[in-house]
Design a protein around this ligand. Structure first.
Ligand code: KG4
Ligand code: ZN
Length: 334
């Protein structure tokens, strides 16, 4: 089945073509305009999607060498995400599906992130535990099978990526913070400051990163600008280590609870080199399988949306034209 996937939930306009769940093209336009504001400005992001969605789709069709009339279904993210941004993708997809007389399916963005793993692992992976860590979400999901999920734990405040972005802002490292902190931390001392790790109640699989962010802010407020600048990479590395430690500890707890030996990663923070490095070592040590998508498929992209759409549409599950944006959509089972 040839599927056109559309993703516009935040600041990436993306379109992809998949055939039977395999990528033919995956075009991602990242809105760099937000860099100057130090964060995503929702209204600007929506307007940018309107401008770029058409050329991005055309490029995806051209790279896939697929004419529009061959597309058999459209999959579009309906939430969670920024409402204005979601509406651009949804309205556009509805209009196209209606005019081409092909089915439309609304896709949950968190589920799509999980599907990024299936795009690259030829053998079907489930059951496994998936750590979904991005700018908007941090949760542990028991993926029993495709379409059958149980949320085991989630953040009670900030998402891990959000913490990276906020700490980068307060240390004046730049935006988006995650990749920049990752880069400068490579030369930093991870034990320069012992920031707190919020493990919460015994056995809890929830997360909390707002205390860590505040701890970095309090630490930095006691230092001169010169000292911060001199030790920026050390503070960044110490912060990153604290985030990685918590994510890893909770993931291992979740594997135990789910009696699973398979861990998948998803979302932008799954790109983090220290998280991957420490998890690789743990996986060897504790003998569990570790999967993560390639770089491009960790952050927001339409290939993961198309792959998820392929799964539903091939079972005859589709949305109608009343499909609407749900900014706080939760992941649910079919
Ligand atoms: O999945 P994504 O593109 O968007 C959401 O669904 O939120 O994730 C974006 C987030 C941002 O917070 C960004 O700072 C973070 O992923 N990120 C990273 C890295 N690359 C991206 N965080 C830590 N280390 C990285 N290398
Ligand atoms: Zn995302």
């Amino acid at each position: 089945m040839l599927i056109l996937g559309i993703e516009t939930s935040c600041d990436e306009t993306s379109a992809a073509i998949t055939r039977d769940g395999r990528i033919l093209s995956n075009v991602i336009y990242s809105q760099l305009i937000h860099t100057r504001y130090g964060g995503v400005v929702p209204e600007i992001a929506s307007r940018q999607h309107i401008k770029t969605i058409m050329p991005v789709v055309q490029e995806a069709l051209s790279r896939a060498k697929t004419p529009l009339k061959k597309i058999e279904g459209i999959a579009v993210t309906y939430g969670p995400g920024l409402v204005g941004c979601l509406l651009v993708g949804i309205s556009w997809s509805k209009a196209l599906a209606y005019s081409l007389k092909i089915p439309l399916i609304g896709i949950n963005h968190i589920e799509a992130h999980i599907f990024a793993n299936f795009l690259e692992h030829p053998k079907p992976m489930p059951p496994f535990v998936c750590l979904v860590v991005s700018g908007g979400h941090t949760l542990l999901v028991d993926v029993k099978e495709k379409g059958n999920y149980r949320v085991m734990g989630q953040t009670r405040d900030d998402a891990a990526g959000e913490a990276f972005d906020k700490v980068a802002k307060l240390l004046e490292i730049g935006y988006p913070g995650g990749p920049l902190i990752d880069r400068i931390s490579k030369k930093g001392k991870r034990d320069f400051v012992r920031f707190p790790r919020a493990y919460l109640e015994k056995d809890s699989l929830d997360f909390s990163f707002s205390g860590l962010k505040t701890a970095v802010a309090i630490y930095a407020s006691g230092l001169s600008k010169t000292k911060i600048n001199r030790n920026k990479k050390d503070i960044a590395a110490s912060f990153q280590e604290a985030v990685a430690d918590v994510l890893i500890e909770k993931s291992i707890r979740a594997l135990r609870v789910a009696k699973s030996k398979r861990l998948g990663l998803a979302g932008g923070v799954a790109r983090n080199s220290r998280l991957r490095e420490k998890l690789e070592a743990k996986a060897k040590d504790l003998k569990f399988d570790l999967y993560y998508p390639s770089y491009e498929l960790c952050t927001d992209n339409a290939a993961m949306v198309a792959a998820c759409g392929d799964f539903y549409l091939s079972q005859g599950i589709k949305s109608d034209l009343s499909l609407n944006a749900i900014p706080y959509a939760k992941i649910s089972s079919i």
